[in-house]
Ligand binder design. Sequence first.
Ligand code: FER
Length: 311
Amino acid sequence: MADRVRMHTVGALLCIALLAAATASPAQGSDPVTPERARDNFARPVLLAPDDLRAFPEPPAGFADMQPSVAPGRIETLSYDSGITGTRRSASVYLPPGYSADRRYPVLYLLHGIGGNQDEWRGYVRAHTILDNLIAEGKAVPMIVVMPNGRALPDDRPPAADRVFTAENAAGFAKFERDLVEFLIPAVQAKYAAASDRQQRALAGLSMGGGQALNFGLAHLDTFAWVGGFSAAPNTKPSDELLPDAAAARRQLALLYLSCGNKDGLINVSQAVHRALKQRDIPHVWNVDEHGHDRESWAENLHHFAQRLFR
Ligand code: FER
């Protein structure tokens, strides 16, 4: 599994993917997904605007490492039936230390990248350890973190390397919108001590999952009050589709968080969202760090984002 998870190293994937043939057809966003398009997208020159800057200092050393003094939460598997895929699907669920069915917890839904699955945030980014450390210090409120499989296809396993950047794989990520809202969230509410109001529900993701979080979160403001896109991929909808009602976004969002590394060829996607938000006066965090399309950026941004949730 660890090897699968490390396959997110997109550079390596792309070399193989380039050998594959793929047909161009639109995914959720505006960009057709083919190995060649993906290579071109990653290779785009980074043009930085004056406000493409860090919003926060770097996290303290060891923020994503297990600390002997810190009580760990636990991770379990949630199985649920999906009417979208017609299959039983799995999500990884982090329960904070001291989890008790006697209280209600806010829930963060955390979405993986194009080559990953429900184990990517834990195995590759160590999301659970980042949360353990923040909660131990009182810097994040105890929360449930649901890490689903965001590829809503009957066969939702990470594809072979030469099938990652295909329209078929990308289509599963668009289909996940209904799986999330209609099947996964109800299953989480039924099994866990999860608060049920939108103010207690967040949606965030990395890369392909960042695009999903922006697309789905902003389309379901009645379900999510907190939205985060880390290094969002070109599956992100064009701004006019993403933000059809600026007044509703202003009124309903508790936090909209955007981040990207200044060495990431996909930064133009996030920059376009940031510019559209600025134009429409929609408050948001814009954090540009010095990383690439990599786990350092995602770990650091989860650390910054999680501290600002549910307060
Ligand atoms: C693309 C390049 C990258 C694309 C998706 C990605 C939808 C996703 C990358 C990831 O999840 O790491 O052109 O098209």
